[in-house]
Every structure is written in C-alpha cells, then in structure tokens.
Write a protein that binds this ligand. Structure first.
Ligand code: GCB
Length: 600
C-alpha cells in the first residue's frame, strides 16, 4: 500500500491548498556536481523557468533543448504560522522522470517515474511564519529499468542524449501543477466508491481510509446541492433512489463529502465529485450502465507548442471542444497517465478514458523506430534488468489506479503499449502485472493493453490476460502503404479473420491506426503524406472495422500532430494528427465527424 495520500488537493474548513505555479529558478547540472556543491540549499546562478512546463522548447540552443541528465528547480514559499499544528506537504503533479525534493536543504522524498504525483511530507522541515526554500533535483535519463523504456547515449563531446524506445519527444521538467498543502495530522488518506444499479435506484458502496481512529461520516449531495445520502463509518453503502446516472456525453456528478469527527468537533474534511455508473464487458460489448457503447476517439499526447508536455487549461479546453465537435466520446491517455485535470474535465464532459500506465518502449527492435524491419529482434523480457523494470511497472500501476480509481470517466486500465508479447517471459511478466492491477481496483474495471503487429493471434502469449483486446495496426501505412493499399486491406482482413476464428467472444478496440499527413499537402490522385491519402486510408480501415461485430471501438492515432525525437522517420514530429499541432482540423477531421455522428 502507498505510504502517502494521492488525493487531489482541496481547500475547506480543515485543509488549505496553495498553488505554487509560476516562475521558478532552474539550472542544468551536466557534471552532476550539484549535491556536492550544496545546490540543495540554494541554486547558484539560476535562470528562470516556468512551472508547469517542459523546459525544452523555451530554449534556442540544441544543447539546452535536448538536455539529458540532472537538472534543478527552486522556489521560495511563505508558510503561515497558522499551519503549525497541521501536516504540511508539497505535491507535484509529476516530475519527469525522477526526483528528490529538498525542503530548506533536507531531502524529504525521492520518486521514480515521471507521470504520477510526487508527494513530500515536509512538516518537520518547514519554518512556520517564514519563507521556506523548496528545491528539486530531477533527472530525465532513460534506461531499461524504469518506465518509459529507453537508453541514454553519450556523444563525443561528453553530452548525454536520450534515446527513447518510443517516438514522442522526451519532454521533461516539472510539467504539472505544484501545491503546498496543509491538512490535519489525523486525516483522510484515501477513499473509493463502487456502484450497483437496482432499477431506478443506485447503491453506492464507499470505503474511507484515515490514519486515525475517530468516527467518519460520508455524505452525498446532488447537483442542486441537496443532500441525498448520509452515513457514518469507514465503509458502508447508501441507497440513492431515482439516481441520476453518469452517462456518456451526459455527465451527472454528485459531491461526496467525507469528514472525521471527534464528537461534535470536525477533525478533517475532504470532498470530491463522483459519477454513478457501471462498466462491464458483456460478451462482445463494452457496457456503460448496462448499455453497449462504441468507442470513438483518439490516442492523445500531452503535447503543445512552447510548453511541451506542460499542463495548460487552455489546451485542455480546446482539445475537448475539438473532440466534442468531431463526435468523439473517448480517448486513451497514450502513453502515460495524464495530469489529473484531464480526468476531472472528462468527468464533467461525460468522456470515456482508457487510462494507460507509462509502460511503453518494451521492445528493443522498435528503438527510435530506426531498427524496425532490420531483423534486429531481441527478446525484451530476458535481460537481467527485468526484475527492476517490473518493480517500477508495478509501482506505476498502483499509483495510477490509486490516483484515478474514483473518476467515472476512467472505464478501463491499459497496462502496456506495444511490448514484445510472444515469449514465455513476456507472459510471466504481464501475468504478474495484470494480477497486481486486478487486486487494486475496487470497481473491477476491465484491464487491457495495446498490442502491435508482431502480437499476431497465433503467437501472442498475452492477449489472454485482457478483458478486451486493443490493437494498434497500420495496414496501409507501415505495412503496404500508398499504391499497395489494396494489398494492405487483404493483409488486414486475413489478420482479423484469424482473430475471428479464435471465437474469443470479447470486444476488440482499435487503439491506433493512422497515417502521417502534412496539413498543407494535397495530391490528386493521392500519395502517402497527402490529406487525400489519409482519407482513403481511413475509409479502408472503416470498411474493415464494420465487417466484424466484435470491433467495438476506434481510437485513431493521433488526435493532433506531436513532437518526436529527431530522425529519418519523422518530419519535425509525428504528423498522424487529425488536427495539426495548433489544433486546426486536417481534412480527415471532416471524414471522422461524418462517420462518428452517423454512428450515434
Ligand atoms: C505506434 C506507437 C505510437 C507511435 C505510432 C506511430 O505504434 O504506439 O507511440 O507514435 O505507432 O505513429 O508510429
């Protein structure tokens, strides 16, 4: 069990949360001399750096943009004297990829993994009624023992360079919001809810974890702020007559208010929005509230000009507007859990999320997309580093499920993207991951993973672990593209018939299919990279999807063009976006809009 609370910060009569976003101080540390020189107390000659944001795209030199190694952040915060009898925490939405957090010079926590919260208890280190210094020592190197997987090269001039085994740019930094939190010493650490539907009524089962013994209450309020249920005890069930269900595109959110009491005196309070809905796989259907839903939408990235992977409410708003306009109802958080605000907004908008752990790059032969096709195939799960990788994977799965389990928008967990899945070792590895994940989700949501083309039905050893199967397929792009589209269609059909012959009686969702398309390129007749080709490719894919009843969703790759590592496979980024990087539609957006609106 996690030894800290992942709960999103909130302010109320028992707690205070202060946002620390803004301009921080920053320094690269290529010689790794910071600790020895005492940078944990004060950064010498720092530059300024916005938080939250990736550092890379602010710079005008390649050395800085592509920086790989240690780097430091610093900020100063006044901590009020009134917080003296409280627990104080600093909470980073994420720090990519690993970090140590110092408060007034003392190390308060370390964290591995760049896409989930870093939470440091600093109560014993802060000076109340004074200005305090918070310093972060971070590192963005990639290896095969942590997620996502990659390597770190050293260039002839001594600089380190990230060599991801994936295509998205290795954006790094404090990329999500930072909060200073004060909460009672005895506090609510976690809660979970699960639902049962009974005709028009709903039963809400809840469980609250605190770090003390005092009595706990649980209340629910509807959107008119009317109390609809009240209960005491750490766990229990409440019945909501004529419950408003949270539905796809029609969200309804109740406010859950949890309190710890000492008699009449309030000790702690935490409140959060919840949505009553069920998720179930029933034969070939994905059911929300007992009704089949066909998933329409995207694989996305957290990616935008200038701020890189930095969280920004404006980008989030535009992305949701574009997704609603086009008729989408779902996205996969490829290839890592996103900032929590994405899930909060999806809860509000009635969007469905397949939440993905940062397990990407687990196939050496696709390293930097350059080795692909050269026959350099090594089994990934046979190396001595695998036990450490598994530890990191299990930790990320636990942190993700604990963090996101109460969001109604989250309908499934994706536990990997495109690993090697054909060896006995891969089967053992992922059996451990799936078993661990299944024990963690009180709502027992479906578990899945995204399989690439080598995971063919006759040799894949891991699809059996999934409640529904996600396929990433590029017939007509990486396989038999352009003039060979007709053969791509044949090859695609052959594969899909093999899956059909397995009679698995579970849903399949396409979590990737797409073509690189330059927003300004037109060609008649079409040619690969032109807008016309993207449309023809999509039409071919849709024609195949519509032939198989077990295909229950299509999440096109990608929502928008995004930045990648430089290389011969990408023209300043991955251009498979349906929208360009500025979030303006390519012509394929209109093709998708027409189809998705007609599928309603
Ligand atoms: C994939 C990967 C994704 C890439 C995509 C592509 O299979 O999962 O991260 O961006 O292909 O465009 O090649």
């Amino acid at each position: 069990m996690l030894n800290f609370s992942e709960l999103y910060p909130c302010s109320n009569q028992a707690r205070m949360a202060q946002l620390l976003d803004g301009m921080w101080k920053f320094r690269f540390d290529p010689e790794e001399k910071g600790l020895q020189e005492g940078w944990q107390h004060k950064l010498p000659d720092p530059i300024s750096m916005p938080v939250p944001a990736s550092f890379s795209d602010f710079f005008t030199t390649k050395e800085e943009r592509d920086y790989c190694g240690d780097f430091w952040y610093e900020t100063e915060v006044f901590v009020p004297r009134e917080w003296e009898k409280q627990e104080v925490e600093i909470r980073f939405g994420s720090i990519t990829h690993r970090a140590g957090v110092y408060c007034n010079g003392s190390l308060t926590t370390t964290h591995e993994g760049g896409f989930l919260p870093v939470i440091a208890r600093v109560t014993d280190h802060v000076k109340f009624g004074e200005v305090n210094t918070f310093i972060v020592k971070a590192n963005n190197e990639l290896n095969e023992e942590s997620l996502p997987c990659g390597a770190t090269a050293v260039l002839s001039d001594g600089r380190k360079l990230a060599r991801p085994y994936f295509d998205f740019f290795n954006y790094s930094g404090i990329q999500r919001s930072v909060w200073l939190v004060s909460k009672p010493i005895e506090s609510i650490e976690d809660y979970s809810v699960e639902y049962e539907l009974n005709g028009e009524d709903a039963v809400v089962h809840y469980e609250i974890r605190t770090n003390g013994n005092h009595e706990v209450s649980f209340e629910l309020f509807d959107e008119e702020k009317q109390q609809v249920a009240k209960c005491t005890g750490r766990q229990g069930s409440v019945i909501i007559p004529k419950a408003h269900l949270w539905n796809v595109g029609k969200a309804y959110l109740y406010q859950a208010v949890m309190r710890i009491w000492n008699g009449e005196t309030l000790i702690d309070e935490y409140s959060s929005k919840i949505g009553i809905r069920t998720v179930k796989i029933e034969g070939i259907e994905i059911q929300i509230n007992g009704k089949a839903v066909y998933l329409k939408g995207f694989g996305k990235h957290e990616d935008f000009e200038v701020i890189g992977r930095g969280f920004n409410w404006g980008v989030l708003k535009r992305d949701f507007e574009c997704m609603k306009w086009i008729g989408a109802n779902c996205f996969r958080t490829s290839h890592y859990p996103y900032a929590e605000e994405w899930y909060q907004f999806a809860d509000e908008e009635g969007f469905l999320i397949i939440d993905e752990v940062p397990a990407v790059g687990m196939m050496r032969s696709t390293r930097n997309f350059a080795d692909a096709g050269t026959g350099k195939f090594t089994r990934f799960f046979e190396t001595p580093t695998v036990p450490n990788l598994l530890k990191a994977h299990l930790q990320a799965v636990e942190e993700m499920i604990v963090r996101d389990k109460n969001h109604p928008s989250v309908i499934a967990w994706s536990l990997f993207n495109e690993p090697e899945t054909t060896s006995e070792q891969s089967k053992d590895y992922f059996t451990t991951v799936f078993n661990a994940a299944r024990a963690l989700d009180p709502q027992k949501r479906p578990m899945t993973g995204a399989f690439e083309k080598n995971s063919q039905p006759e040799i894949c050893q891991c699809y059996q672990l999934c409640d529904f199967i996600c396929l990433n397929r590029y017939y007509g792009w990486y396989i038999k593209g352009g003039p060979e589209l007709v053969d791509a269609r044949e090859a695609f059909l052959i594969e899909m018939n093999k899956w059909k012959d397995k009679n698995l009686n579970i849903p399949f969702v396409f979590t990737e299919f797409g073509t690189d398309t330059l927003a300004a390129e037109h060609k008649l007749p079409s040619i690969m990279w032109s807008q016309e080709y993207q449309n023809e490719y999509l039409d071919m894919n849709f024609e195949i999807f519509d032939q198989f009843d077990f295909i229950q969703g299509e999440l096109v790759w990608n929502f928008a063009d995004f930045q990648t590592t430089e290389g011969i496979m990408r023209v300043n980024g991955n251009k498979k976006g349906i929208f360009n990087r500025a979030r303006q539609p390519k012509s394929a957006a209109f093709v998708l809009k027409k189809r998705w609106e007609s599928l309603d």
